[in-house]
Design a protein around this ligand. Sequence first.
Ligand SMILES: *Cc1c(COP(=O)(O)O)cnc(C)c1O
Length: 387
Amino acid sequence: MLKLPIYLDHNATTPCDPRVLEAMLPYFTDRFGNAASRNHSFGWQAEEAVELAREQVANLIGAESKEIVFTSGATESDNLALKGVFETYASKGNHIITALTEHRAVMDTTKHIEKQGGDLTFLDVQPDGLIDLGALEAAIKPGTILISLMYANNETGVIQPITEIGRIAKKHGIIFFTDGTQAAGKIRVDVNKDGIDLMAFSAHKIYGPKGIGALYVRRRDPRVKLHPQMDGGGHERGMRSGTLNVPGIVGFGKACELSSMEMDADARRISVLRDKLERALSGLDETYVNGNREKRLPQVSNISFRYAEGQALLMGLTKEIAVSSGSACTSASMEPSHVLKAMGLSDELAHSSIRFALGRFTTEPEIDYAIGKVISTVNSLRENVKY
Ligand SMILES: *Cc1c(COP(=O)(O)O)cnc(C)c1O
């Protein structure tokens, strides 16, 4: 039996994998120690668990465990990377290059830095969502201290040419930060092969718990220094003070271990379902898939349904299938997605867009049901529109 509503919003968050939850549970009760307590076994036990998790997290991205700083999530990691570099490298310059399609956690942080005297370049993207490497290199100037470009986009799944970006950054001696929240655990990420110096990612996007994430901070060639954004007991090598969230960290570690082992098989299975959904919905008239179809995460499809009014479309779907739209609700109005707008979509088409994000536990009957529901909803909305 199919259970409704069907969850197709895995880029917003994922359920905790039962194996992750099981690994976490003892650290709420029996093994409740503070990982910074050096004088007794409660502390040692917690520290040991944290260090195992640190290795599991590092292994997922080809890093060393000492290069992992635990935070409360990718938003905090984004803030620490951007503000930390801006403050630490002020004597070298104040110019940061980023793009118009970044996640709000990067976008709003760079806007904040701009107000603090930062010199920001926001690169445009091409209609398929990819940045232009020539434009990136042309934007570099003597005072450029940081390139901040996301690995894979949360709305479209589009994967940027990270290795080439890393090479350009290295050639000019500029630090390269990437928000890897959607990429880590879904596709193979290797900070050394990719030339990444700083990377943010988060447990709850990869079947781990909410409220725990990490920042990868390169220690060699170059050794990246970051001004902390949280002062206190000097945890996490001084970069992020505060008692460690031991159960969260244990769960994050387990989630990374599972993703390392299962991501290839998951990606194959999920992309088959995604392609089935996409093929069926593309059969509708005036329907467009947004973003580069090859350089894309396996689980997501962002589709515009012209002449199906956005608000009505979402209302028609979300009782039975949980999806996100190409709009963000602000207090009073609907703002069209800044990502889709940057790719050249009109406000109207951006509003009529739906993000389908499948996950580890998505089944074929769920996709078959979703196909039927979307087709009937779009057709009935269009009945009254002449086109
Ligand atoms: C979800 C997400 C974030 C925010 O992560 P949190 O851990 O929820 O703070 C940042 N960047 C991207 C690309 C995301 O998808």
